[in-house]
Design a protein around this ligand. Structure first.
Ligand code: SF4
Length: 199
């Protein structure tokens, strides 16, 4: 029989097997069998697996997010566990300490979940909707570009550059998103373009 075993499945089985074998060596044969049959299943039973990318740095390690609650049934999804994706070609299941603490990052009380704006003269930030934030950013960028876009330099050479606005990218995007972001930014003439990771 030809059985396909993913790297992650293999590691799960090997982890349970190692614990079970240690108990077996101590004479707890039944406990060994119980662990092999159930130790992983209890922790991740009835969870949904979602593949994602660690957002911290440009290594972009693959992670698997386990959540409870079925969104299709109108339930609220709750993330219960995050681990490295053993099938991901970048990290092969490993995570550095920052990536290993991702669940705390997700559930942090100080995590910013909505856009905020500090109006001129105000000493505090106010929460605004995503539509409001996107409209405002688009309006300000358009106005600034109309005022400051440089078509030709002082020698008359065409430069088509916009240097009064900068753009900060994120390392957790896919290749496709990064490609489109680059095209939009450079197509608009923006020169200052950086990445959170600074790598
Ligand atoms: S797990 Fe660590 S190395 Fe991997 S992307 Fe996250 S921060 Fe970077």
């Amino acid at each position: 029989m030809n059985v396909e075993v993913s790297r992650r499945s293999f590691l799960k089985a090997a982890g349970a097997g190692a614990a079970g074998t240690a108990l077996g060596a101590l004479g707890f044969g039944e406990a060994e069998a119980a662990i092999q049959a159930h130790v992983r299943a209890f922790k991740l039973a009835r969870t949904t697996e979602t593949r994602n990318t660690c957002p911290y740095c440009s290594v972009a390690c693959g992670v698997i997010i386990y959540s409870k609650g079925d969104l299709r049934k109108g339930e609220k999804a709750e993330i219960t566990h995050i681990e490295g994706d053993a099938d991901h070609p970048t990290n092969r299941g490993t995570l550095c300490p920052k990536g290993a603490a991702l669940k705390d990052f997700v559930h942090s009380r100080t995590r910013l979940l909505h856009p905020r704006v500090r109006k001129p003269g105000s000493d505090r930030f106010e929460q605004v909707s995503w539509d409001n934030a996107l409209d405002r950013i688009a309006r300000l960028m358009k106005d600034d570009r109309d005022r400051n876009f440089v078509v030709k330099n002082k020698d008359g050479a065409t430069v088509n550059r916009w240097t009064t606005v900068g753009f900060l990218g994120a390392s957790a995007t896919t290749n496709e998103t990064a490609y489109l972001t680059y095209k939009v930014v450079r197509g608009a003439g923006i020169l200052p373009f950086d990445n959170q990771a600074r790598v």
